[in-house]
Structures are given as C-alpha cells and as structure tokens.
Design a protein around this ligand. Structure first.
Ligand code: HEM
Length: 405
C-alpha cells in the first residue's frame, strides 16, 4: 500500500508542475528584461586593460566589476539623499513625511553596510595579481570618483575640514566641465547637515517664552554638578579625591561650552563642533525625551544619521587597510597622493558630518534629573503630527532640492 504522505507529495508536485504550463511572454510591444535594464551597455562596459595589452590578468575583471558596482550604489545613495533633502525643505518639515525620510535614510544605511563588506571581495585578489595590471591604470584612481565627492558634499563635508591633499580635489576634474559644474552645484546647495540643523533648531519645546527646555536643562545640569561636588567633598582618600576634583572640573568646562554660545561658536570655527547652537539644543532635547511619541521618529532619524557617518568611516577604514595590503605604505597612489598615508589621514573626525550627534553622550543627564514635561508640553509631544515649528500648517508637498547630477 502506498504511503498517503507520498501520494500527497506526488499530487502537490503535479499541481506545481501544472502551474508552470503558461507560455513565456517575449512577443509584443513591451520591453524585455535586458532592454529595460540596458544590459547591453552595462555588460559590455568591462574592458580590462591587461586584455587590450594582450597580457591578460584574470583578476582585473573583478577589479572593474567591483568599482562599477560601487559607482551604481553611490548613484542610488545620491538619489535617496536628494529626495531626503527635498523632504527636509528649509521652510519646515511636514511631520507626516518623517517616516518617509526615515525609510530612505535606513535604505542608505543598508547600502553602506553592503559597501563596507564588499571590500572583502576585492581582497580575494592578491597584491601580486594587482601588481600585474596596476601600471596600466595610471593615473586612474578612486580619487577621481565624482559621485563620491558629490555624496560627501551633499551630506555636508566642508571644504575647510578636508585634509590638505583633498582640499584641491576639484582639480582632478579639470578636463570635465560638467563634473566641475556638478561639484560647484553640490557645494552651493543646502546639504543634509544644514537642513537637519534647521529642522533641529525648530524643535518644539525650545521656545524660551514657553517650555524653555534649555533653561530647565541648565538648572538640571547645575544640580547634577552640585551633587557631584558633594561626593568629591566627602571623599576621604586623597588620591581619589584629586582624580574626582579634576574630573568634575573638566565636566564643568565641557558643559560651559554648550551653555556659553560664544564658546560653542569658537569650537565650531575650530572645526571641533559642527552644529549651530540652536540645533545642538534640539538634538539634546530629542535625545532626552525620545520616548515621547512625537520625538520617537526624530530620534530614529538622528540615529540613522550617525549610522551613515560611522559606516562611511568604516568604509574608509576597510579601504585603507585593503590599500596597505595591495600596495604597502610606501608607494604613491595612482591618483598622485601619498597613498596609504593620505588615506589614513582621512579617517579622522574631520569627515564626520554629524560629529555633534556622536558627542551628545557627553551631555546626557540621569533620568531622574530630566526636567518633567508640563501638561501642555506633554500634550504637544503626545501626537506625532503637525508641521515642525508651525503647529497648524500642513504642507504635504515634497519640495525638491535641485539634483546635481
Ligand atoms: C586594489 C584596490 C584599491 C586600491 C589599491 C586603491 C587605492 C587607492 C589610493 C592609493 C587612493 C588615494 C588616491 C590616489 O593617490 O590614488 C584611493 C582613493 C580612493 N579610492 Fe581606492 N583603491 C582601491 C579600490 C577602491 C574601490 C573598490 C573603490 C570603490 C569605489 C575605491 C574608491 C576610492 C575613493 C572614493 C578614493 C578617494 C578617497 C578620498 O579621497 O577620501 N577604491 N584608492
């Protein structure tokens, strides 16, 4: 007797097969897969120089594909970034669109994760294999990646924060007026960092004639420091007391830099801080009250912005490690820089656009000291709706920032 289970499986397979009886549609007016994706262009764009010079190096194919894949993903990131900048228009963010912003930022985060990991695939090429075709490339270099520069500019990397060799990065596009034009446009447009700062400065609750978050927060910080002073005074061990005294003095000095606007601005002009004073206040407020419904998505936006900064730093790090593995630390780059040493210098905080968000942890205070919300403020933050800074107006348009490509 046949097993009933087997009969079921046979019948299911028969149904599945029957489901596949349809005709394959290739005739008619529509586009086919390869036509829609222009695969003729994409798949014929791999022309290894070692093949052209009749000195075939197998791994050059991987080298080309990897760079092309990066450029395609850069294009998608820029596309998302332009749309996000359009949603963060300078007149006020329509809060019904924050979820859309968050979705697109998170998409950028996922793409960047992929780009960080993708370095590993190229590392399957050995330095000896790379050496076999490297000379053919000169002077081609990722340093000439227009999309990478646009991405940096659109995020908000400032010219004065770039390391010295990188400050003249536009020179490599001298032969290409359209590239220069795209870069100038991207430098002149409101960057994501600028737009985020404008939005943060309008955080509900910062108004001094209403909830006055900053005034209340300063009182809470003064209380926290006073409590810590008592602990220091009561310390009996001399060495510990000395350490605690120094630590308290340094904390006071750090808090002074956010309460005293001119000290804050001095740090901004030294490149140690990026955000305007008002934007910093908004970021602190959202971080402390992130559990209130209206601040939940803004808090997630701030987290995604940090993720973007940290993933780009991780990409820079993985890239520099790969460069050292491929060409060592003493050879110049094909683009003319010192190679490894130049790239290593770009790993610093200079390129972190949202640096201040990372440093917010310095300004956290214990939960029990967070100023309680007034009833009015609690109500205001209980609804995730309205226009940030303009309570009654509801603008549902996706104003677009001009796209620089
Ligand atoms: C064997 C693999 C690679 C080597 C040896 C290498 C080497 C270098 C070197 C030496 C530089 C410094 C500029 C110069 O003088 O040329 C550089 C910059 C750069 N490379 Fe690569 N690279 C490799 C793979 C990649 C890949 C896969 C990408 C992906 C797009 C890439 C993107 C870039 C970018 C964007 C820069 C500019 C970075 C900046 O100025 O901050 N590189 N590369």
């Amino acid at each position: 007797m046949a097993c009933p289970m087997t009969i079921n499986v046979i019948n299911e397979n028969a149904t599945a097969d029957a489901d596949q009886d349809g005709d394959q549609l290739t005739e008619g007016p529509g586009l086919l897969y390869s036509e829609y994706l222009h695969l003729d262009k994409i798949l014929s764009a791999q022309n290894p120089l070692s093949t052209i010079y009749k000195d075939v190096v197998h791994d050059e194919h991987l080298f080309i594909i990897t760079h092309q894949a990066y450029e395609l993903w850069f294009k998608q990131i820029i596309y998302e970034l332009d749309s996000i900048r359009g949603l963060f228009n300078t007149e006020g963010l329509d809060e019904s669109r924050t979820l859309e912003i968050l979705k697109r930022l998170n998409r950028i985060v996922l793409i960047l994760k992929l780009l960080v990991d993708q370095v590993m695939i190229l590392e399957t090429m050995t330095p000896l294999d790379f050496m076999a075709f490297r000379d053919y490339l000169c002077p081609a270099s990722g340093f000439q990646s227009l999309q990478f520069r646009l991405l940096e500019n659109k995020l908000g990397v400032q010219q004065e924060h770039r390391v010295k060799f990188n400050q003249s990065y536009t020179r490599v596009f001298g032969r290409d007026p359209r590239a220069i034009e795209a870069i100038c446009r991207a430098e002149g447009e409101p960057s994501l960092s600028f737009l985020v700062q404008q939005w943060l400065a309008r955080t509900p609750g910062l108004e001094t004639d209403d909830f006055d978050f900053w005034g209340k927060y300063k009182k809470a910080v003064d209380r926290m420091l006073a409590d810590q002073e008592v602990v220091v005074e009561n310390e009996t061990k001399e060495q510990t007391k000395k350490h605690l005294t120094a630590s308290l003095a340094s904390r006071r000095a750090v808090f002074d830099t956010i309460f005293n606007e001119s000290l804050h601005n001095a740090l901004v002009s030294r490149g140690e801080r990026r955000f305007s004073h008002a934007a910093l206040q908004g970021a602190v407020m959202i971080t402390l009250y992130r559990d209130e419904p209206r601040f939940s998505q803004p808090h997630q936006i701030l987290t995604a912005l940090m993720d973007i900064d940290s993933l780009i730093t991780k990409w820079r790090y993985n890239h520099v490690i790969m460069v050292q593995r491929m060409i060592g630390s003493q050879q110049l780059g094909t683009g003319g820089s010192s190679g490894y040493h130049y790239l290593k210098s770009t790993l610093s905080d200079r390129y972190k656009v949202f640096l201040d968000l990372f440093n917010l942890s310095t300004f956290l205070i214990p939960r029990q000291l967070i100023p309680p919300l007034t009833k009015k403020m609690k109500t205001k933050l209980s609804v995730a709706w309205g226009s940030w800074g303009e309570e009654d107006e509801h603008n549902n348009s996706e104003s677009s920032v001009e796209v620089s490509m």
